[in-house]
Ligand binder design. Structure first.
Ligand SMILES: Cc1cc2nc3c(=O)[nH]c(=O)nc-3n(C[C@H](O)[C@H](O)[C@H](O)COP(=O)(O)OP(=O)(O)OC[C@H]3O[C@@H](n4cnc5c(N)ncnc54)[C@H](O)[C@@H]3O)c2cc1C
Length: 112
């Protein structure tokens, strides 16, 4: 079985870890919103991390399927194409970085 190779099983462990991090970020942002707190920086960080991570997870998944991953009969090629849209719609990754970096800059005591 190819899953017995660490070259295959390690990316799966990493993908699971990254998805878990994104899910926990989501719960954190949801708790801030539930508490009526401002969360625009955390939302931008969540959008940036989870959409870029999703794209990388889909790319890794396609590679793990080998040549079949590229074929339209396998759902993973569709997932990779769709994941590209997540980094564009509702605020591109670049705009998320603008929001996050502005918040960090504005929080500095001495802005020079
Ligand atoms: C699948 C999908 C669904 C969508 N659904 C909707 C929808 O339902 N309703 C809706 O209104 N829109 C929708 N959109 C549009 C989407 O919100 C925009 O495509 C997105 O906000 C980017 O705007 P733009 O395409 O005009 O790119 P532009 O604003 O022209 O940006 C082009 C590039 O320049 C970068 N860029 C722009 N400004 C800056 C800056 N100040 N600093 C750094 N980089 C910058 C961007 O990150 C991007 O990489 C959808 C898009 C997709 C892909």
């Amino acid at each position: 079985m190819i899953s017995s190779y660490q070259g295959v099983s390690f990316p799966i462990a990493e993908m699971h870890t990254h998805i878990t991090v994104a899910r926990n970020m989501l719960y954190h942002v949801a708790s801030l919103i539930n508490a009526g707190m401002r969360a625009s920086t955390e939302i931008a960080a969540l959008k940036l991390f989870s959409s870029e991570m999703c794209q990388e997870v889909c790319r890794q998944s396609l590679m793990l399927h080998g040549g079949r991953g590229y074929h339209k009969s396998f759902a993973v090629e569709r997932l990779l194409r769709d994941s590209l849209a997540l980094t564009i719609a509702e605020g591109t990754s670049q705009i998320c970085k603008v929001i996050i970096s502005n918040a960090i800059y504005n929080a500095l005591p001495d802005k020079g």
